[in-house]
Design a protein around this ligand. Structure first.
Ligand code: 13P
Length: 248
Protein backbone atom coordinates (compact mmCIF):
# COMPACT_ATOMS: atom_id res chain seq x y z
CA UNK A 1 0.00 0.00 0.00
CA UNK A 2 1.34 3.42 -0.95
CA UNK A 3 0.90 6.19 1.60
CA UNK A 4 -1.11 9.25 0.61
CA UNK A 5 1.02 12.38 0.32
CA UNK A 6 -0.32 15.92 0.17
CA UNK A 7 2.14 18.71 -0.64
CA UNK A 8 1.42 22.42 -0.72
CA UNK A 9 3.30 24.51 -3.26
CA UNK A 10 2.99 28.08 -2.03
CA UNK A 11 4.76 29.38 -5.17
CA UNK A 12 5.72 33.08 -4.69
CA UNK A 13 3.07 33.78 -2.07
CA UNK A 14 4.15 34.45 1.52
CA UNK A 15 4.91 37.01 4.18
CA UNK A 16 6.21 36.41 7.70
CA UNK A 17 2.73 37.05 9.00
CA UNK A 18 0.88 34.86 6.49
CA UNK A 19 3.34 32.00 7.00
CA UNK A 20 2.77 32.07 10.76
CA UNK A 21 -1.02 32.12 10.35
CA UNK A 22 -0.99 29.36 7.74
CA UNK A 23 1.33 26.98 9.59
CA UNK A 24 -0.40 27.50 12.92
CA UNK A 25 -3.74 26.90 11.21
CA UNK A 26 -2.52 23.68 9.59
CA UNK A 27 -0.96 22.41 12.82
CA UNK A 28 -4.14 23.06 14.78
CA UNK A 29 -6.10 20.77 12.45
CA UNK A 30 -3.67 17.90 11.95
CA UNK A 31 -5.48 15.52 14.30
CA UNK A 32 -6.98 12.77 12.21
CA UNK A 33 -4.75 13.44 9.20
CA UNK A 34 -3.13 10.18 8.11
CA UNK A 35 -1.53 11.55 4.91
CA UNK A 36 2.07 12.66 4.86
CA UNK A 37 1.93 16.45 4.62
CA UNK A 38 4.64 18.63 3.06
CA UNK A 39 4.71 22.41 2.69
CA UNK A 40 6.97 23.88 0.00
CA UNK A 41 7.89 27.40 0.99
CA UNK A 42 9.77 30.15 -0.88
CA UNK A 43 13.48 30.22 0.08
CA UNK A 44 13.40 33.20 2.47
CA UNK A 45 10.76 31.50 4.62
CA UNK A 46 12.37 28.06 4.97
CA UNK A 47 13.96 29.03 8.27
CA UNK A 48 10.72 30.40 9.70
CA UNK A 49 8.79 27.28 8.67
CA UNK A 50 11.56 25.02 10.00
CA UNK A 51 11.11 26.60 13.43
CA UNK A 52 7.31 26.59 13.33
CA UNK A 53 7.06 22.88 12.40
CA UNK A 54 9.82 21.49 14.60
CA UNK A 55 8.63 18.45 16.58
CA UNK A 56 5.50 18.10 14.42
CA UNK A 57 4.65 15.68 11.62
CA UNK A 58 4.66 18.42 8.98
CA UNK A 59 7.52 18.22 6.50
CA UNK A 60 9.27 21.01 4.65
CA UNK A 61 10.20 21.40 1.00
CA UNK A 62 11.75 24.03 -1.24
CA UNK A 63 10.52 24.94 -4.72
CA UNK A 64 13.73 24.95 -6.74
CA UNK A 65 17.47 24.34 -6.43
CA UNK A 66 20.70 24.92 -8.30
CA UNK A 67 22.53 21.87 -9.66
CA UNK A 68 25.87 23.02 -8.20
CA UNK A 69 26.92 22.41 -4.62
CA UNK A 70 28.53 25.84 -4.12
CA UNK A 71 30.46 28.61 -5.82
CA UNK A 72 30.05 31.71 -7.97
CA UNK A 73 26.36 31.43 -8.86
CA UNK A 74 24.95 34.78 -7.74
CA UNK A 75 21.37 34.59 -6.58
CA UNK A 76 21.19 30.79 -6.61
CA UNK A 77 20.48 28.33 -3.79
CA UNK A 78 22.29 25.02 -3.42
CA UNK A 79 20.82 21.66 -2.40
CA UNK A 80 22.88 21.70 0.82
CA UNK A 81 21.52 25.12 1.78
CA UNK A 82 18.00 23.75 1.43
CA UNK A 83 18.90 20.80 3.65
CA UNK A 84 20.56 23.13 6.14
CA UNK A 85 17.14 24.69 6.80
CA UNK A 86 15.47 21.39 7.57
CA UNK A 87 13.85 20.66 4.22
CA UNK A 88 13.63 17.03 3.11
CA UNK A 89 11.94 17.74 -0.22
CA UNK A 90 12.34 19.98 -3.23
CA UNK A 91 10.07 20.57 -6.21
CA UNK A 92 11.86 19.94 -9.50
CA UNK A 93 10.62 20.57 -13.03
CA UNK A 94 7.48 22.50 -12.17
CA UNK A 95 5.86 23.64 -15.41
CA UNK A 96 6.31 27.28 -14.37
CA UNK A 97 10.05 26.72 -14.23
CA UNK A 98 10.05 24.79 -17.50
CA UNK A 99 8.05 27.45 -19.34
CA UNK A 100 9.01 30.74 -17.65
CA UNK A 101 12.67 29.97 -16.88
CA UNK A 102 13.56 27.74 -19.80
CA UNK A 103 14.32 24.60 -17.80
CA UNK A 104 14.86 21.86 -20.38
CA UNK A 105 14.27 18.18 -19.74
CA UNK A 106 18.05 17.86 -19.39
CA UNK A 107 18.27 20.56 -16.71
CA UNK A 108 15.32 19.04 -14.85
CA UNK A 109 17.04 15.64 -14.89
CA UNK A 110 20.26 17.24 -13.58
CA UNK A 111 18.34 19.04 -10.83
CA UNK A 112 16.69 15.76 -9.86
CA UNK A 113 20.17 14.23 -9.58
CA UNK A 114 21.50 17.17 -7.54
CA UNK A 115 18.60 16.85 -5.12
CA UNK A 116 19.11 13.11 -4.65
CA UNK A 117 22.90 13.51 -4.29
CA UNK A 118 22.24 15.95 -1.42
CA UNK A 119 19.80 13.58 0.28
CA UNK A 120 16.68 15.50 -0.69
CA UNK A 121 13.52 13.88 -2.09
CA UNK A 122 12.60 15.49 -5.41
CA UNK A 123 8.95 16.15 -6.18
CA UNK A 124 9.42 15.66 -9.90
CA UNK A 125 6.69 17.42 -11.92
CA UNK A 126 5.65 16.29 -15.37
CA UNK A 127 2.72 17.24 -17.54
CA UNK A 128 1.49 18.34 -20.94
CA UNK A 129 0.21 21.66 -22.27
CA UNK A 130 -3.29 22.02 -23.68
CA UNK A 131 -1.90 22.06 -27.19
CA UNK A 132 0.01 18.85 -26.55
CA UNK A 133 -3.10 17.18 -25.10
CA UNK A 134 -5.30 18.35 -27.96
CA UNK A 135 -2.85 17.00 -30.51
CA UNK A 136 -2.86 13.60 -28.78
CA UNK A 137 0.68 13.91 -27.45
CA UNK A 138 0.13 13.70 -23.69
CA UNK A 139 1.84 10.33 -23.31
CA UNK A 140 4.72 11.27 -25.64
CA UNK A 141 5.45 14.43 -23.64
CA UNK A 142 5.18 12.80 -20.22
CA UNK A 143 7.32 9.86 -21.36
CA UNK A 144 9.99 12.22 -22.69
CA UNK A 145 10.09 14.13 -19.39
CA UNK A 146 10.37 10.93 -17.34
CA UNK A 147 12.78 9.13 -19.65
CA UNK A 148 15.26 12.01 -19.34
CA UNK A 149 15.43 11.27 -15.59
CA UNK A 150 15.45 7.47 -16.00
CA UNK A 151 18.26 7.71 -18.58
CA UNK A 152 20.43 9.92 -16.37
CA UNK A 153 19.80 8.29 -13.01
CA UNK A 154 18.49 4.79 -13.65
CA UNK A 155 15.16 3.43 -12.49
CA UNK A 156 16.54 2.73 -8.97
CA UNK A 157 16.57 6.48 -8.32
CA UNK A 158 12.77 6.39 -8.26
CA UNK A 159 13.02 4.68 -4.86
CA UNK A 160 13.67 8.23 -3.65
CA UNK A 161 11.50 10.29 -6.00
CA UNK A 162 7.90 11.47 -5.74
CA UNK A 163 6.30 12.13 -9.14
CA UNK A 164 3.66 14.82 -9.59
CA UNK A 165 1.52 14.73 -12.72
CA UNK A 166 0.50 18.33 -13.32
CA UNK A 167 -1.27 18.98 -16.62
CA UNK A 168 -0.26 22.54 -17.50
CA UNK A 169 -3.79 23.43 -18.60
CA UNK A 170 -5.13 22.57 -15.14
CA UNK A 171 -2.65 24.66 -13.14
CA UNK A 172 -4.20 27.76 -11.63
CA UNK A 173 -7.06 27.66 -14.13
CA UNK A 174 -9.83 26.02 -12.11
CA UNK A 175 -9.95 23.40 -14.90
CA UNK A 176 -9.20 20.23 -12.95
CA UNK A 177 -8.47 17.08 -14.91
CA UNK A 178 -11.38 14.68 -14.44
CA UNK A 179 -10.60 11.66 -12.26
CA UNK A 180 -10.71 9.53 -15.44
CA UNK A 181 -8.27 11.81 -17.31
CA UNK A 182 -5.88 11.98 -14.36
CA UNK A 183 -6.07 8.25 -13.56
CA UNK A 184 -5.34 7.38 -17.21
CA UNK A 185 -2.09 9.39 -17.20
CA UNK A 186 -1.10 8.12 -13.74
CA UNK A 187 -1.59 4.56 -14.97
CA UNK A 188 0.51 5.36 -18.04
CA UNK A 189 3.29 6.75 -15.81
CA UNK A 190 3.22 3.67 -13.58
CA UNK A 191 3.36 1.47 -16.68
CA UNK A 192 6.35 3.38 -17.99
CA UNK A 193 8.19 2.83 -14.69
CA UNK A 194 7.12 -0.83 -14.72
CA UNK A 195 8.81 -1.30 -18.09
CA UNK A 196 12.07 -0.94 -16.11
CA UNK A 197 11.00 -2.25 -12.70
CA UNK A 198 7.58 -3.52 -11.65
CA UNK A 199 8.39 -3.29 -7.93
CA UNK A 200 9.61 0.31 -8.15
CA UNK A 201 6.55 1.22 -10.23
CA UNK A 202 4.29 -0.16 -7.50
CA UNK A 203 6.13 1.76 -4.77
CA UNK A 204 6.53 5.16 -6.44
CA UNK A 205 4.07 7.80 -5.23
CA UNK A 206 2.38 9.67 -8.10
CA UNK A 207 0.57 12.84 -7.00
CA UNK A 208 -1.90 14.83 -9.05
CA UNK A 209 -1.63 18.63 -9.29
CA UNK A 210 -3.74 21.21 -11.07
CA UNK A 211 -6.68 23.00 -9.47
CA UNK A 212 -7.08 20.32 -6.83
CA UNK A 213 -9.25 21.71 -4.06
CA UNK A 214 -11.29 20.76 -1.01
CA UNK A 215 -14.23 19.84 -3.23
CA UNK A 216 -12.56 17.55 -5.75
CA UNK A 217 -9.61 16.06 -3.81
CA UNK A 218 -11.38 12.99 -2.38
CA UNK A 219 -12.61 11.78 -5.77
CA UNK A 220 -9.21 12.27 -7.41
CA UNK A 221 -7.28 10.63 -4.56
CA UNK A 222 -9.68 7.66 -4.56
CA UNK A 223 -8.40 6.67 -8.02
CA UNK A 224 -6.15 3.64 -7.78
CA UNK A 225 -3.00 5.26 -9.18
CA UNK A 226 -3.42 8.73 -7.64
CA UNK A 227 -1.46 8.78 -4.40
CA UNK A 228 -2.16 12.33 -3.26
CA UNK A 229 -1.87 15.89 -4.49
CA UNK A 230 0.47 18.78 -5.16
CA UNK A 231 -1.64 21.79 -4.32
CA UNK A 232 -1.14 25.40 -5.36
CA UNK A 233 -3.88 27.95 -4.62
CA UNK A 234 -5.80 25.78 -2.16
CA UNK A 235 -2.64 25.26 -0.08
CA UNK A 236 -2.66 28.90 0.97
CA UNK A 237 -5.71 28.55 3.23
CA UNK A 238 -5.29 26.23 6.22
CA UNK A 239 -8.92 25.13 6.19
CA UNK A 240 -8.92 24.16 2.49
CA UNK A 241 -5.49 22.53 2.69
CA UNK A 242 -6.51 20.48 5.73
CA UNK A 243 -9.63 19.28 3.98
CA UNK A 244 -7.46 18.00 1.15
CA UNK A 245 -5.07 16.38 3.64
CA UNK A 246 -8.06 14.60 5.20
CA UNK A 247 -9.30 13.40 1.80
CA UNK A 248 -6.43 10.93 1.59
P1 13P B 1 -3.06 25.08 -8.50
O1 13P B 1 -3.50 24.11 -7.43
O2 13P B 1 -3.14 26.52 -8.06
O3 13P B 1 -3.75 24.81 -9.80
O4 13P B 1 -1.50 24.83 -8.76
C1 13P B 1 -1.05 23.53 -8.91
C2 13P B 1 0.42 23.56 -8.91
O5 13P B 1 1.04 24.11 -9.81
C3 13P B 1 1.12 22.91 -7.79
O6 13P B 1 2.48 22.79 -8.04
Amino acid sequence: MRKTIVAGNWKMNASKESVKTLIEGILSGMNGVSSEVIVCAPFPYLSQVETLISNTSLMLGAQNLNVNTKGAFTGEVSPDMIKDFGAQHVIVGHSERRSLYGESITIVAEKTKAAIDAGLIPLLCVGESLEERDSGNTEVVVAEQLNAVINLLGIEAFEGIIIAYEPVWAIGTGLTASPEQAQAVHLFIRGLLADSSESIAQKTPILYGGSMNAGNAAELISCSDIDGGLIGGAALKAEDFLQICKAG
